[in-house]
Write a protein that binds this ligand. Structure first.
Ligand code: TXA
Ligand code: MG
Length: 360
């Protein structure tokens, strides 16, 4: 494991990245930081190495991986020989790469079959994190990497979360501190007449719509848990801590009374005697609940740009509240219609198995 303190020394950082890159080239598994969440990487051209990812994560083998690249040559190596990018593909790459946008593109012959089980397309993204880019460039091959967690658990946004899930299964863990964004990349499929967001993320619908001419739609299952997913990964239980998650969003006073009712044992089959609650909400809101909860089970996030702060902190909080034995995590939600809120509420809906309510 290579820690953030080592990374402050540039020569040391170079040596560590070079060693981890060499490990990737020879079939190793390397957990590395990106701007969204930590990834668990393997050489995308090496089928045996890629299959180790599935084993380490206990990931269903029909769930395809995202391939990470650092430059144009690596992009070309992912695509069919002689493939010409469409104007919209080019525009999206120019506008949002490096960054949290995964584009589904025709897969070239070099991509290992395990990366894209049963899929004609391969998800490709160029991450915007200096350590990730140095690692992938130095490896000299595209790097297949899902989030570095056991399947079904919240994605890791700090290195400790990676270690907790995968310590014994990986060759390297590069720790560069908390991920800036905190939710995974947007997965986008270009269809003949529209662009479809299969997974909302750091690049929002509005941002994409400003860049290309065609309408930008969401796959049905982004908001509706019962709809059939277009992306294989979206059908699995996801992002869930052991505790039950409950989300309320809408009018603040109504959120407060719904949460109070829950804490007093009135809603959702809650039992005040056995419930060990935890709360995630804006700072001033949390102060209303101070007498209900000890500090270890309260997360007061800055109210300015709350949705962004929630995205950044959510997965780590879900994991921490599990560690302190919470049975129920109460979350002050956000209006899913815009910006990063769509991604946060999509993840919360899955973490909460549908226990998301709008209140007024
Ligand atoms: O931000 C991220 O995207 C992070 C970091 C590490 O880059 N990675 C990540 O990977 O979240 P993962 O494996 O946890 O999620 C990949 C998602 C899944 O929902 C998967 O089904 C979808 O992308 N996906 C990948 N390839 C696909 C394909 N060919 N067709 C449809 N969906 C695909
Ligand atoms: Mg994942």
């Amino acid at each position: 494991r290579c820690a953030i303190d080592d990374l402050r020394d540039v020569a040391q950082l170079r040596r560590r990245v070079a060693a981890a890159a060499a490990s990737l080239r020879t079939g190793g598994l390397v957990a590395f930081p990106t701007e969204t969440v930590y990834g668990l990487g393997a050489n995308a051209f090496d089928d045996t190495a890629v299959r180790r990812i599935f084993a380490a994560k206990q990931r269903p083998v029909d769930n395809p991986l995202i391939v990470h690249i650092a430059n144009g040559d690596q992009l070309e190596a992912c695509l069919p020989v002689g493939y010409h990018l469409s104007p919209d593909e080019r525009k999206l790459m120019q506008t949002f790469w490096p960054g949290p946008l995964t584009l589904l593109l025709p897969a070239g012959p070099q991509i290992a079959p395990a990366v894209r089980p049963g899929q004609e397309l391969v998800g490709v993204r160029m991450p915007n994190h200096p350590v990730a880019r140095a690692l992938i460039a130095e490896a000299g091959v595209p790097v297949a990497a899902p989030s570095a967690n056991i399947s079904g658990r919240p994605s890791p946004t700090v290195a400790d979360a990676v270690a907790a899930d995968l310590e014994d299964a990986i060759d390297w863990l590069i720790d560069a501190g908390p991920s800036a964004i905190g939710v995974e990349s947007t997965v986008l499929l270009l269809e003949p007449d529209c662009a479809r967001i299969l997974r909302p993320g750091g690049i929002t619908q509005e941002m994409i719509a400003k860049t290309i001419q065609r309408p930008v739609l969401f796959a049905a299952d982004v908001f509706d848990l019962d709809a059939a997913p277009l992306s294989p990964g979206m059908k699995y239980r996801h992002y869930a801590p052991n505790a039950r998650v409950h989300v309320w969003w809408g009018e603040e006073a109504a959120i407060a009374s719904a949460m109070r009712a829950f804490l007093e044992g009135e809603g959702d089959g809650a039992d005040a005697a056995t419930t060990i609650p935890a709360l995630i909400a804006p700072q001033d809101f949390v102060s209303r609940f101070e007498w209900h909860l000890p500090p270890v089970r309260m997360a007061a996030l800055p109210a300015d740009d709350y949705a962004t702060n929630l995205a950044h902190a959510l997965y780590d909080l879900l994991r921490r509240f599990d560690q302190v034995g919470a049975t129920d995590i109460l979350v002050y939600g956000v209006d899913p219609a815009h910006g990063i809120s769509t991604a946060v509420m999509n993840r919360l809906q899955k973490a909460a198995s549908g226990r998301v309510r709008r209140v007024e």
